[in-house]
Write a new protein. Structure first.
Length: 239
């Protein structure tokens, strides 16, 4: 993100957490939330764009070449992994790591899949609550937060109203970030396609130009040979 995590409001911090697939506890401190977000981002950095794309395609999602990794990450955390049939052992381990499912290198693949499916209900609940938090739970919990704690409940009408406005603003910002990122990717892809098309046309033009020049050279050589033959024949006849 453009801003440091410490600069985000409680609402924005919750939004980042939910984009990364985990919930924020009512009593969880800001520092703990920030630590979890950073740990999750480190795990994401270890996974390539191609691996995210492969898992999303398994889930039936459409993935295009111009889709950036950040967009694929957000879509990954919206996938329901209640059923993992068809995922490769490697992809199962990626899903488990990115959802903090406990396993080690000796854990059987079937057991990893079972743990993922068992935990999937909790992830789904997080996704369902994401929108509601902005206008409900967050509005009540965020008002009046101190420096190192996710804010306790506040009943004052002004505080709730301020939190609602902040929540709507955060929700709109996250939606716009997704939209703008996707549109920029589309524009970049279109430019790349136009440049590729231009290169292809230039190659075709150069090929035609070379062929044209070779044809001229061929005709010139033929004409030269014909003139030479005629000249020789003329000299022979003249004798």
């Amino acid at each position: 993100m453009a801003r440091e995590l410490e600069e985000l409001s409680d609402v924005e911090l919750r939004g980042v957490a939910e984009d990364l697939g985990f919930d924020v506890g009512r009593k969880e401190s800001r520092s703990d939330v920030i630590s979890r977000i950073r740990a999750r981002r480190l795990a994401i950095d270890e996974v390539s764009r191609e691996e995210f794309a492969r898992i999303l395609r398994w889930a039936g999602e459409e993935v295009k070449d111009f889709h950036a990794k950040d967009l694929l990450v957000r879509r990954f955390y919206r996938v329901n992994f209640r059923k993992t049939e068809g995922l490769s052992p490697e992809d199962l381990r990626i899903v488990a790591r990115l959802h903090a499912v406990d396993f080690d290198e000796d854990t059987p693949t079937e057991e990893i899949a079972e743990r993922i499916e068992t935990s999937a209900k909790r992830w789904t609940d997080v996704l369902k609550r994401a929108g509601g938090r902005v206008v409900g739970y967050i509005a009540k919990k965020v008002a009046g937060a101190d420096d190192d704690e996710i804010a306790p409940p506040e009943e004052e009408e002004k505080a709730v109203g301020a939190s609602l406005r902040k929540g709507f603003k955060a929700a709109l910002r996250f939606s716009m970030d997704d939209y703008i990122a996707e549109k920029l990717d589309e524009i970049e892809a279109r430019i790349d396609r136009k440049l590729d098309d231009l290169d292809r046309k230039m190659d075709e033009w150069r090929t035609r130009e070379v062929r044209h020049r070779l044809r001229i050279i061929k005709y010139t050589i033929i004409a030269t040979v014909v003139v030479a033959v005629i000249s020789i024949l003329y000299k022979l006849v003249a004798r």
